[in-house]
Design a protein around this ligand. Structure first.
Ligand code: SF4
Length: 374
């Protein structure tokens, strides 16, 4: 295993040439080849290959949207070790807990004139008292006051809990949410699928097969979704490959993932704070390998809220074609773990960043339809 950036990552050219040929022919990489790239491929070589694949897929366009997040509560029945966001269900406001009602959300949305947003992203803690009825009511409330917004809501972990609490199947829960106004699923809660690693960092919450079942059921109901991978903590490269392999297999069956979003582990204020964060080179290596390995998920997103804008800008050279959205200081998940305080950026700034890489900024909707060049 070579997660240490001081190790050479220096495969000889003769070992890289067959892979280069395979990538240029658009052939799928095996798990062993993916692992080899993580361990041995020089970063400049990975950059060249991933950038070429990105260019073939998306030309010079790079995407973003105008979105906000809503995190209804950070009270959670789980206690994932990497999480700085959650508080116990009994925690008080003084202890940093919150639980916002629908009127709070109305007030929040009132601050955005009609047409200034296209998407609301809703995720939060897994509240002990909430079943699918809560999810239905929230989706319906959003649609009642802002019918034009795409509602991307609830991780597979939240949906699994909703279903259990309400005594319904995953498919029934998703179907009810969809009827109430849910438009797509975010990719959160995937963390790392390997059972041993998952147990160490996120013991107790929905296991990998359940996360995948939720997304498969969603895709079969016509709901698209994203997929994430939390990296840079206790996992090894083989666990990342295993994770992406499971996503690739599911995507072969359903075609329902829109974007893959690697999420870097941030180490403030959690139970794993002794683990140092990976250096930027490791983030870039991860984006490039993901672009090369995940040949059937169309978009690769650098979530700037987690990376910071500078690193997200660099990631555009490593296979990334999407920078997420304007966000407007509406999420605390990463700022509580060491990410940027008050994350917000304008469309114009995202456009400037994308143009700084010689690319064409395109505002998209939540399903990647192009809305306008910026
Ligand atoms: S990651 Fe999600 S499920 Fe885990 S403790 Fe944090 S809020 Fe709860």
């Amino acid at each position: 295993m070579s997660l240490n950036p001081s190790e050479p990552h220096s495969a000889p050219l003769e070992a890289l040439l067959p892979l280069e040929a395979k990538i240029s022919r658009g052939e799928r990489l095996t798990a062993d080849e993916g692992l080899f790239l993580y361990r041995m491929a020089p970063l400049p070589w990975l950059r060249t290959q991933a950038d070429a694949v990105r260019l073939t897929r998306h030309g010079q366009e790079a995407y973003f949207n105008r979105n906000i997040h809503f995190e209804p509560t950070n009270k959670c029945v789980y206690a994932c070790k990497f999480c700085a966001f959650y508080r116990t269900p009994k925690a008080t406001e003084a202890e940093g807990a919150w639980d916002y009602g629908f009127e709070y959300l109305r007030h929040k949305l009132d601050a955005y004139p009609m047409g200034s947003l296209t998407e609301i992203h809703v995720t939060g803690g897994v509240h002990p008292d909430r079943g699918v009825e809560y999810g239905e009511a929230l989706c319906a409330f959003i649609k009642s006051i802002r019918p034009e917004l795409h509602v991307k809501a609830f991780t597979a972990v939240e949906i699994t809990y909703f279903a259990k609490k309400s005594g319904v199947t995953l498919t029934e829960a998703l179907d009810r949410l969809k009827r109430a106004g849910l438009d797509s699923l975010p990719g959160g809660g995937a963390e790392i699928f390997d059972p041993e690693v998952r147990k160490r960092i996120a013991g107790g919450k929905a296991p990998a097969h359940t996360w995948l079942e939720v997304h498969e059921a969603a895709h079969r109901l016509g709901l698209l979704s994203n997929a994430t991978m939390l990296y840079g903590h206790v996992e090894e490269y083989r666990h990342r490959i295993d994770h992406m392999l499971r996503l690739r297999d599911l995507q072969d069956r359903t075609g329902g993932f829109k974007a893959f979003i690697p999420l870097r582990y941030r180490n403030e204020a959690n139970a794993l704070s002794h683990i140092p964060e990976v250096p930027a080179e490791e983030d870039l290596r991860n984006y490039a390998v993901a672009r090369l390995f995940l040949d059937n998920i169309p978009h690769l997103k650098a979530y700037w809220v987690m990376l910071g804008l500078d690193l997200a800008t660099q990631a555009l050279d490593y296979g990334v074609d999407d920078l997420d959205g304007t966000v407007d200081d509406s999420t605390r998940i990463y700022s509580m773990a060491g990410g940027m305080e008050h994350p917000a950026v304008t469309s114009a700034e995202l456009g400037r960043i994308i143009r700084s890489k010689g690319r064409v900024p395109v505002e998209r909707d939540s399903e990647y339809a192009k809305l306008r060049a910026v």
